[in-house]
Design a protein around this ligand. Sequence first.
Ligand code: NAP
Length: 246
Amino acid sequence: MDFQGKRVLITGGARGIGYSIAQRFNQLGAEETIITDIDEAGARKAAEKLSSSGNRAVAYKTDVSDEKQVKELFKRVSEGGKLDILVNNAGIIIDKLLIKLSENDWDRVLDINLKGTFLCMREAGRLMLKARYGRIVNISSMVALGGNPGQGNYCASKAGVIGLTKSAARELGIRGITVNTVAPGFIETEMTASLPSQNKEQYLANMSIKRAGKPEDVAYAVTFFAAEEASYMTGQVLVVDGGYFM
Ligand code: NAP
């Protein structure tokens, strides 16, 4: 895989899976890796780390759930040239059983995970349509496919990402733009660090490959969809979960 000459934008790229994705694109020669995150200092640190050892990387602060900020981000991006690849990775969890879930818990998770993905796809889609080229990779989750107790808001948001992916794939394919989803399983990041140990044990017990996933496992799948070699794949969901759901 070779991303020379490509400009890539990753949301929520300051740490965890997003940073690993940014790192892999950078290592594979991407001309510019744009890291956006709500955590400005984290994004800047991540971009500095990548630029010091590889190609150009820049950081922008963006809350993906805020339409104004997303529009400003893509305006700045378009001023710098074309955008070849968008990875919608920013996401949060607010885990509670259905009967305890507040409206705010629902809205916050849907706003970041689903609306944020839509807003970035819409802005990137406009740029990519003009260029008649683009790769969009969205990050969903294995729980979007099977559900999970205590994650009704999260599962709904991530299932929505899959529906949005498929619709966009149908709309944009005619102009050479592919849209795909990667659905990770249990991956060791700050997001999962606070999970109770019985949840982790339950995940491991049901996996075919008996280890938690690493952010790099997800990054490999994302770069696969973004590569030239995957130009005939669109609207797909690639599950990276160690064989949890089959
Ligand atoms: P993480 O370690 O919590 O990193 C997420 C990053 O997104 C953080 O830097 C976070 O910033 C940022 N972010 C949060 N809200 C944002 C917003 N409104 N706008 C822009 N950036 C925002 O999470 P992760 O484990 O790497 O997860 C990355 C993606 O993979 C998420 O979409 C997640 O749902 C998905 N996923 C993860 C797993 C897993 O097991 N880890 C499994 C399946 C799917 P702050 O730190 O400031 O909040």
